[in-house]
Structures are given as C-alpha cells and as structure tokens.
Design a protein around this ligand. Structure first.
Ligand code: NAD
Ligand code: UFG
Length: 353
C-alpha cells in the first residue's frame, strides 16, 4: 500500500445487486472511493440511493454510479477513462441456474464476454488487482464435505461452467503476467440483509433460492414453501447448506482487498466464504418462523434435480490468510432477513405482485 494517504478507488461491477450493495456500503465505511457499473438487469437504482442514505452525506460523496454494461466497450471506456482504479470487485453476472440451462448462450455471453472485456480494460488502464465472485457451484456435487479449496472442480450446468471457466481464465491471465493479483471468493449461500432493513435481496419473479422464497411466503405473496426433498440421508431428511450473512460476506471482500494490496506475490488464489456450519431446510424454516413470528406453510415435494445432499465449507484458509471469519449465525440471518422483508414486502418497489 505504501505510505501515500491517497484514497483508493475501487470499481465494483454489479454493485447495485444484492451482494454488491452491501459490499459497497462497507467499502465506503472503510474509507474507499467506489464506482459502480451496473446495467440494472437484475437490480434497481433505488438500491444505490439507499446505500447513499445509509452511508450519509460525507461518505456518499465517494460513490459514483454508472449505468453500463460490461459487454459494451463504450461503457467501459467511459468508466475507466474517468478514474484510475486501484482494484476491481467483480460481481456483475447472471446467476440463476435454471435459466442458465434454458439460455446457455445468454449466460456465456453475459458472464464470459462481460468478464473478458473487463480484463481487457483493466489491462489497458494498468489496474491488475481483481476480486472475483465465484461460488460453491464450482464444487459440483461434492464427494466429501466440508468443501476445501483444493478439491477437484466440476460444473453441473451452464451457470456453474461460467464460474469454473472464469476461475481458470483468471489464473491463466495471472500466470502470463505475474503483476496480476487475483482473489477468487467462493460464496456459500448468502442470505440476510443489512441491519437497517433498507437494503436486501429483491429477486425478480418467483425466487429460486430458499430464503427469498420463505420471505415471500411470510409477507403473504406466496401461499407456501415447497420443500424439495424430505428423504435425504440427513438428520431431518432435508438438504443441508452453509448459509452466510451477507454482511459477513461484504466484510470478506474488504479482507480480500486488503490482502491484495498487501501481498505482491499472491498470484491467483481461491478462498471459501462460508460459516463452516450446515443447516437443513427445516432448521432454516424454523429459525425464520421464530424470528418473524409467522407460520410458514410447507408443501413436501420431491427432490429438486441436481441438488446436493449436504454442502458446507472448510473456512480455515480464509481465517488464516485473510484474517476473516463469519460473525453471524442463522438467528441473525433470519432476524435481518425478516427486518428487510417486513419493511419492504415488495422489495424496492412500493407495490406489485
Ligand atoms: P445480483 O443479480 O443481485 O447482482 C448482480 C448484478 O450484476 C445485478 O445488479 C445485475 O444488474 C448486474 N449485471 C449483470 N450482468 C451485467 C453486465 N453484463 N453488465 C453490468 N452489470 C451486470 O446477484 P448477487 O446475488 O449480488 O451476486 C453477485 C455475484 O455473486 C454474481 O456473480 C453471482 O453469480 C455470485 N454469487 C451469488 C450467489 C448468491 O446466492 N447470491 C452465490 C454464489 C455466487
Ligand atoms: N429449497 C427448497 N425450496 C425452495 C428453494 C430451495 O426446499 O423453494 C431447498 C433446496 O432444495 C436446497 C436448499 O433449499 O436444498 C437451498 O437451496 P438454494 O436454491 O437456496 O441454494 P442452492 O445451494 O441449491 O444453490 C445456491 C445458488 C446457486 C449456486 C449454488 C452453489 O442458488 O446459484 O448455491 O453455489 F450454484
């Protein structure tokens, strides 16, 4: 980092989205200057306005928002020619597994071409520090648990393949030019919301993921939760995941950035961001019921194709090397998810379906 006191400029792609907004807020609080580029394909500018409100007038002066698409060279030129970035946190991408199976070209085009363009512009403007959003999806159906970073990786669907390819591409780029410093963060299951209840996850259409679905049932927008699979070889027959509070995830990005700035020979390295603890679907439902005081009606359904029985992280590497560890448990995740849901039953919209 050197001794200069210059404020560091961070480009956050996809910064209007779920994980992006929470991370941008933490970056501002840590004293970084942040530029977001987002095409608002799966988000709204209101989310960025709320981050500004939460950051307050002084810190929000350090936030710029560009409506732009990573597939557009013109949009990237506009962003990179305006600011000299010290590092990039790259969230922008499409993430719905089912949609990726139906529309593989869309996923390859958006996630791969968008990211390749981003690397081109980072290279052109001499910014060679990258934090990349990867996912447990790269572990496929893990044969062993907990998942460890050096497991053999495999993809189960086009979305997963984009993450797997992009991890490999990142390491190839770094190998060819050792000036690059790249951290690949493999998120487990991000849930929860900022404690204010002003920002949170707001998926378009019917949610694919467990917590946003539970949340919609709790606010009365959906009648019941489909529990996919009650015959798994687990304590209560439902599948087990490693849920992580989005604020812990946000802090993991700050830790990763600090690591990039301080470690010139970091290369291209992956870290799990999880809690290391597994929770079943029924345990999550019951924790949410407790936090919200709402009964979640259940419909017991067959397993969802492609779902793994049990997935959780070994978190030792991030703890040792990034000095980061998740602070929150499922009670806080459910409390904050409900706080966001009850204050914003229609997400960032005031009403709708
Ligand atoms: P999100 O959809 O809320 O945020 C992604 C943002 O990227 C959106 O605001 C979207 O409008 C934007 N975007 C997409 N394509 C773009 C493009 N071509 N140009 C500019 N902006 C674009 O998703 P999220 O949950 O915040 O996830 C962020 C990242 O983390 C994604 O890469 C996702 O694959 C990864 N991830 C998410 C999860 C999860 O469960 N939420 C788990 C593992 C990994
Ligand atoms: N589940 C239900 N009902 C629902 C939704 C989910 O019972 O309505 C169950 C699933 O069967 C699974 C668990 O809740 O057992 C968690 O499901 P999610 O869809 O929330 O999360 P997954 O772990 O299945 O998938 C997530 C992301 C994927 C990513 C994967 C691995 O959604 O994008 O983690 O990173 F690929």
């Amino acid at each position: 980092m050197g001794s200069e006191a210059r404020i560091q400029n961070i480009l956050v792609t996809g910064g209007a989205g779920f994980i992006g907004t929470h991370t941008v807020l933490q970056l501002l609080k840590e004293g970084f200057r942040v530029t977001i580029i987002d095409n608002l394909d799966n988000s709204v500018e209101e989310a960025v306005d709320r981050v500004r409100d939460l950051a307050g007038p002084d810190l929000s002066r350090n936030l710029r928002f560009h409506l732009g698409d990573l597939r557009s060279n013109d949009d990237l030129e506009r962003v990179f020619s305006e600011t000299r970035f010290d590092a990039v946190i790259h969230f922008a991408g499409l993430k719905a597994v089912g949609e990726s199976v139906a529309k593989p070209l869309l996923y390859y085009s958006n996630n791969l071409i968008g990211t390749l363009n981003l690397y081109e512009f980072m290279t052109k403007y001499g910014c060679k520090k990258m934090v990349f959003s990867s996912s447990t999806t790269v572990y496929g159906q893990p044969e062993k648990i907990p998942c460890v970073e050096d497991f053999e990786l495999k993809a189960m669907n086009p979305y997963g393949r984009t993450k797997l390819f992009l991890e490999e591409i990142a390491c190839d780029i770094q190998k060819a030019d050792p000036e690059w410093r790249i951290i690949l963060l493999r998120y487990f299951n991000p849930v929860g919301a900022h404690e204010s209840g002003l920002i949170g996850e707001d998926p378009k259409g019917i949610p694919n993921n467990l917590m946003p679905y539970i949340q919609r049932v709790a606010v009365g927008r959906l009648p019941e939760l489909n529990v996919y699979g009650i015959d798994y070889p687990t304590k209560d027959g439902t599948a087990i995941r490693d849920y992580i509070h989005v604020m812990d995830l946000a802090d993991g990005h700050i830790a990763a950035l600090q690591k990039l700035f301080l470690t010139d020979d970091i290369g291209c390295v992956a870290y799990n961001l999880g809690t290391g603890r597994g929770t079943s679907v029924l345990e999550m439902v019951s924790a949410f019921e407790k936090a919200s005081g709402k009964k979640i009606p259940l419909k017991l359904c067959p397993r969802r194709p492609g779902d793994a029985t049990e997935v959780y992280a070994l978190t030792e590497k991030a703890e040792k090397e990034l000095g980061w560890r998740a602070k929150y448990g499922i009670e806080e995740m459910c409390r904050d998810q409900w706080n966001w849901a009850s204050k914003n039953p229609y997400g960032y919209k005031t009403q709708g379906t």
